[in-house]
Structure formats: C-alpha cells, structure tokens
Ligand binder design. Structure first.
Ligand code: SME
Length: 165
C-alpha cells in the first residue's frame, strides 16, 4: 500500500501535492465505493483541521441523500434534499462554505463539536450524484482554497467514483 506523502507548508501546496497522489491511488480501481473510501481517508489523513470527511450519495428511490464512505465519527444516515448544509448544496448544485455552523439556518449537527463545514456537490451531466462533506472542529477552517481544490478533486475523480451509482 502506497503512503500518501505530502511535505508542504501552505494549504494550497498541500492540495496541489495531494490531489495527484489521490488520482494515482484510485487510478487502477474501478469500484466506486473503494475509491470514495480512499479519497476521504487520504483527505482526513492529510488535513489535520478536518474532523470529518465523507460522501453523501443521492438515493433516487427515496429522493434524499444517504451516507456513503466517510472518515470520522458516526453520522446522520439520511438527509432530505434542501435540508442542512448537505441538502442545500445538493439542491442548489453549488458548493457551500460555512464559517460558523451556528449561523447556518437548518444546519444538521451530527457532531456537536463541529464548528465549520464545506459541502461540494457531485454533478454529472447536470444530474446530482451526491456531495462531498467536510467538517472541522474550528471556526473559519474552510475558504476559497478548499473550495477550489475540493471542486477540482471531485471533477478529476468523478468518473472513478460514479461508476456504479
Ligand atoms: N452538517 C451536515 C450534516 C452531515 S454531518 O456534518 C456529517 C449538514 O448540515 O448537512
């Protein structure tokens, strides 16, 4: 098993080093569950300010999000479209950065220690497939740099994580 190896200072540099490593980590595997599991493991392992990182996947039978591969504490299993940060990002099909979760109306607390959050939707051919959700135990953990690189990560890995969905 290859190590995820990053020796870098800034957040930007860390993402720029980590993303190609993640792409190569999942390159030879076609199973989307395995690939999603390794993506969130690599992210959580690298970024110490992440307290939770995981996927919520679109359940077309029930028209809601259902918990997918994640790293961190146990979490809410299902989230209705339009509810919480995840359901809102899914509904609006755009990334949402929340600096202080207490100020986001309808935020769903899976972990009482969560302070800030970013949710990136996964869209293929305008269709919603799910979201990538990352939480932090500190306020203001996520900014435009996280948004840019997590969106890039989703775009670059999309074909490897949506195969069987
Ligand atoms: N806080 C999220 C719920 C998921 S947990 O953070 C893992 C939300 O408001 O949608």
């Amino acid at each position: 098993m290859e190590e995820i190896n990053v020796v870098a200072a800034t957040k930007q540099e860390q993402y720029e080093q980590l993303i190609p490593q993640i792409i190569s980590l999942i390159a030879d595997e076609s199973n989307s569950i395995a690939n999603m599991a390794n993506i969130v493991a690599a992210l959580k392992q690298r970024f110490t300010y992440y307290s939770w990182a995981g996927f919520y996947l679109w359940d077309s039978k029930k028209s809601e999000l259902v918990l997918g591969p994640f790293q961190g504490k146990i979490a809410c299993t299902r989230i209705a479209i339009g509810k919480g940060v995840c359901g809102t990002a899914a509904h609006e099909k755009k990334t949402i950065v929340v600096s202080n979760v207490n100020e986001f109306r309808g935020h769903i607390f899976c972990d009482g220690d969560s302070k800030s959050e970013i949710v990136v939707p996964i869209i293929g051919d305008t269709k919603l497939f799910g979201v990538l959700d990352v939480d932090s135990h500190s306020y203001n953990s996520f900014d435009d740099t996280d948004k840019k690189y997590l969106e890039q990560l989703i775009t670059l890995t999309q074909k490897k994580i949506l195969l069987y969905l």
